[in-house]
Design a protein around this ligand. Sequence first.
Ligand code: NAI
Ligand code: MG
Length: 501
Amino acid sequence: MSTTTAPQLHPDLQKFLAKKTHQLLIGGQWVDGLSGRTFDTFNPATGEVLGTVAEADSKDVDAAVAAARKALEGPWAKLSPAEREKVLHKAADLLEARAEAFAQLETLDNGKPIREAKNGDLPLAAGLLRYFGGWPTKIHGETTPVSVPYYPGSKFLHYTVREPVGVVGAIIPWNFPLLMAVERLAPALACGNAVILKPAEQTPLAALFLGELLLEAGVPPGVVNVLPGFGPTAGAAIAAHRGIDKVTFTGSTEVGREVVKASSGNMKRVSMELGGKSPNIVFADADLEAAAKGLFMGIFYNQGQCCSAGSRVFIERSKYPDMLAALAERAKTVRQGNGMDPKTHMGPLVSSEQRERVMSFIESGKKQGASLLAGGDAPAGPGYFVKPTVFGDVKDDMRISQEEIFGPVVSVMPFDDVSEVVSRANNTDYGLVAAVWTKDVKKAHLMASALKAGTVWINCYHFVDAAAPWGGVKASGYGREKGQYALENYTSLKSVWVDLN
Ligand code: NAI
Ligand code: MG
């Protein structure tokens, strides 16, 4: 593991981290949780406490809902769409100016390599604020040429209006703490909603640091409320709350099911961005060098903690032995260490629980007879590290081939023909993404059509953009975040009839 000393922390971040307790943001005020309870968040590279955070529970959710309602009826509704755009663009400017501090915080709280935080999370988050910052003046209804058969010769004006849904509850995970927060906030705010954001208990700090920034950008008090807390308390309270009109949830499919059930009390709208077990498929006619990079990055980016991780790799049989060996060799040379070291390529997992969970999958792979070609263990010492792990000769029915591991563990399998690989690739409960590597254009498009997934990448992997829709099919969820499609999530359509007769 690399041991180079970490760079100096940005002064803004030092100031933020010096807080004795990181409080909740409710109604524009920083407050303790009503229960007075706090919890610690850890630096996963060292296991040391990084900060102490006020813990929200259902009473704080009640307070946040009241604040959000008030904001919706007051200052937020009074801002014109053009003024809303300014606020979002200001937030983007501030985030760009503070990119260094935010990137360092992401690395400290989540463990991810600083170069990924800087080159990925930060520009993507600022890009989302800019992209959705352009929408408020462009969200509009339409006029509709209606016909009324039981009123011959009649004339009506019919038009639609896109209105905010109201109070949005956003429950997000720990793998991209800032990016997930912004991915929900930017479209929700663009559409004029108020938000109650619950970051994951493992990584609460980025959302709080962002809360400060949003107030500074001119988001009126109560429009964004940030409530760190635990799933069964704060999360469940948001899912069930009758004063919340919509919930956007990102996390495990298991918890997603609970959130859907809880949402039924007031029929709140829900969108679900859940897990995956995504196929990354290499045909023998592909640019094999590019494919090799894509296989590696597809699984090991963010320590494999991506909903879109390419965790099932299928390689056409003639190229299988070589490509498998190359992937394993590359995994063995990964520079793993503290993410604050700019030379680190892979950091620790987010928590000791996640490390245990991933290690139990590795054990099951060994027991069920897959061949372990790289990694397979967790280095001793501080930090929640797991070595990048490559399993070959995996069978479709093994646990490591069916269940989401959410760690640096890849299952590699050979295949013989197109129809076989399509049916095996689709043989999963999930359907978030899929990737295909081939130089044959026809095959690429046929595969894109046959694969059951929300996103298909052809000769690339892990590409995302604020303008491109994102979401899954099957147990990977429903609804689309990002792009203009996200506006559907955060608006409701009103139909207005005017009698002109
Ligand atoms: P999780 O699904 O429990 O947590 C995600 C979010 O949901 C967190 O904010 C959590 O506090 C909240 N939550 C938990 N229980 C809740 C409840 N009953 N009601 C409302 N909100 C609740 O995920 P966890 O336990 O952190 O990770 C377990 C596995 O889930 C991972 O190993 C991975 O397989 C999957 N996962 C998938 C993610 C994705 O991006 N698709 C992200 C995080 C986890
Ligand atoms: Mg959990």
